[in-house]
Design a protein around this ligand. Sequence first.
Ligand code: RFL
Ligand code: PHB
Length: 391
Amino acid sequence: MRTTVGIIGAGPAGLLLARLLHRAGIDSVVLESRDRAYVEHRQRAGILEQGTVDVLRAAGAGQRMDREGLRHDGIELRFGRRRHRVDFPGLTGGRSVTVYAQTEVCKDLIALQSEEGGPLLFEAEALAVEGAEGDRPRIPFRHQGREDVLECDYVVGCDGFWGVARKAFPAAVSRVFERSYPYAWLGILADVAPSHDELVYARHDRGFALLSMRSPSVSRLYLQVPSGTKAEEWSDDEIWAELERRFETDDDWTLERGPITQKSVTPMRSFVHEPMRHGRLFLAGDAAHIVPPTGAKGLNLAVGDVTTFVRALVHQRETGSPGLLDAYSATCLRRVWQAERFSYDMTTLLHRAPDATDFDARLQLARLERIASSRAAETDLAEAYTGFPLD
Ligand code: RFL
Ligand code: PHB
């Protein structure tokens, strides 16, 4: 098999990349190790920045998102039994975010790819990336029990944190920057209308909690738990009781309970691999960087990376200049590090570390007070949450 761009992974990064290339008249093949149902149902992100919404629309993948996505003009910060709303459009000159689940973004992109895009092979596991330094990189892969090779002009590793593409970088050129956090998130889906019409980020002495949603009738909630916790260790009643405690306020706000349909635990990690390009191999999305989910940035960064790659490839085709491809890593990393900074800030602002002292707790409250009382501090949060422009 031969193609112009070989894409490893059909998460949001790989699927959107294939779509953008198709729109630009550039052929590609996507190899995905899991089956279609798995990719379409893996519960993950929920928040799309304005820039992500714009890219999906321009890619012709925005129809259902425009019908079913929920525009959110703010979030609530909850601390010391108080509530503080951050008004995004008022602070950012009109920007907002959209609640539309990653599962739905993937379903929409897979449907488009099957109707009019290039090959998208499920249960096709890339085994390695070979020859990245030459003109024709190759991806050996296994599909339906058979081994085959995909020859490409370019390879883009969109294969997530556990993928193979990053491993093809020689040790001498790779640098890794990382931090793990001594806590995790227990996430649930529940068949109950969200108890608030915007997301609620709560800082509590017992730990962080987040109220989010998937639709007007499905809630998505998260609870900070110790690293290593298993989802089965928490009964449904215990989860609701703990969420109630962490969201408690001095007014009459209440948390509605409902049947829990899914439970899972997510570790928290910050990770950046530099550079994001080696020869004709490019990394995009979680393959190159991970942020803790508190800032809701992971999917949005993946969208930024693949958009940058396609622009650079089209620029080369139109002008003959490889300048933007050469700048790919540096261009992406500027945005990546801003998202790393913001995600770290939000995480340490709202979580309780196991070794946290009373001093640390007071500092968190002072940081939250500052956001609640200074337009400058609040604007900083609103700008980062709604997303920095792509350029
Ligand atoms: P993905 O989604 O991990 O997809 C990688 C794909 O590559 C496949 N693969 C391979 N295929 C072929 N051969 C191989 N050798 C392969 N190895 C792996 C995998 O099967 C998979 O299908 O990476 P991608 O596309 O870069 O997308 C990244 C996002 O999924 C991720 O950043 C976000 O989900 C992060 N995230 C959030 N991001 C947001 O922007 N907003 C949010 O609100 C948000 N909330 C979250 C999140 C992530 C979470 N978890 C579970 C980590 C909430 C949570 C709880
Ligand atoms: C989600 O809805 O899954 C979600 C929302 C905001 C975050 C993280 C996850 O910061």
